[in-house]
Design a protein around this ligand. Structure first.
Ligand SMILES: Nc1ncnc2c1ncn2[C@@H]1O[C@H](COP(=O)(O)OP(=O)(O)OP(=O)(O)O)[C@@H](O)[C@H]1O
Ligand SMILES: [Mg+2]
Length: 283
């Protein structure tokens, strides 16, 4: 009568238990790529800031970029939403293919405005517009042509909830976003980036200007976000990289030295340069 249940239990009992690390690696290997950088080079004038970067960004996972100051982390991040196009005399070569469509994000014929609609960015210093909380979050939606009051209000609320700031600002929607605390401003900026439902969110040291409590809130938020969006985060804080990311990429002098599952990078990196950096022996 209970044969099938008994078999299941027996099978379970007989199944060898994998270590968590192995399970993590299996999940990582199975995840599909959201973007792939291939032979990516980048120049500011004659200064080559990125050299032959090859990196696969796993969909709905968090990838951390670490490395010493000036190694090209921000430069790499800014390629994804074509921020460099705003500066004269900059040049990309190679590709960052966005999946599933296989669009080369850094190709000349691809419109940077379109790219920025799909790939949002959150900066080191919270940078809300000098507008109300509501208008900050509604900004990208208006650019996209949303104008109905109810729909805008619904989408703004959804983004603020997703950024874990709704309860703190729901009665302050018409106040200037500049009147909020730094940690609140940063979460409003995250809501602003989330409102247009981007596929990739770029974070450039998003907590370096925040206190430990605000930092913990943002880290928790990033952990939740990965269920629906692919995250790329630059951080100087090794504990933060270890806490929030699934994969970690170590950069040095414009090159990608090593990328692997975060647990592997922090316990058993393959390259000596990576080990020296994460153990604080660098420089
Ligand atoms: N806007 C710019 N114009 C010209 N050169 C730049 C610009 N931004 C960065 N660089 C140069 O590119 C190289 C990489 O800088 P980048 O800002 O990407 O480093 P980073 O790894 O983000 O450093 P940090 O950890 O200090 O933020 C450096 O040599 C830097 O001087
Ligand atoms: Mg930087």
């Amino acid at each position: 009568m209970n044969t099938s249940m008994n078999t299941t239990l027996a099978e379970k009992a007989a199944t060898p238990t994998f270590s968590i690390a192995m399970e993590e690696r299996k999940v990582a290997a199975a995840s599909s790529a959201k973007a792939i950088a291939e032979k990516l080079d980048f120049w500011y004038g004659t200064n080559q800031a990125l050299k032959n970067i090859n990196l696969r960004i796993a969909e709905n996972h968090v990838t951390a970029l670490i490395g010493p100051s000036g190694c090209g982390k921000s430069t790499f991040l800014r390629c994804f939403n074509r921020m460099h196009d705003l500066q004269a005399d900059t040049k990309y070569s190679g590709s960052i293919m966005l999946h599933p469509e296989n669009i080369n994000l850094v190709a000349k014929e691809v419109d940077p405005i379109e790219v920025r609609m799909r790939i949002g960015m959150v900066f080191q210093k919270p940078n809300p517009f000098p507008k109300t909380v509501f208008e900050n979050v509604a900004y990208g939606l208006r650019l996209r042509g949303f104008s109905g009051r109810t729909e805008l209000a619904e989408r703004v609320e959804k983004a603020l909830r997703a950024a874990a700031i709704w309860d703190e600002v729901k009665d302050r929607m018409n106040e200037s976003a500049l009147a909020l605390s730094g940690g609140q401003m940063q979460r409003v900026c995250i809501a602003r980036a989330l409102a247009t439902e981007p596929e990739i969110l770029l974070f450039d040291e998003p907590t370096s200007a925040l206190d430990p409590i605000a930092t913990a809130k943002i880290e928790e938020l990033i952990t939740e976000l990965r269920q629906r969006v692919t995250v790329l985060i630059v951080t100087h804080n090794m504990q933060q990289a270890a806490r929030v990311s699934d994969f970690t990429a170590f950069m040095y002098l414009g090159e990608l030295v090593e990328v692997d599952a975060t647990a592997k990078i922090f316990t058993n990196p393959s390259k000596k340069a990576t080990e020296d950096y994460i153990t604080g022996r660098y420089g």
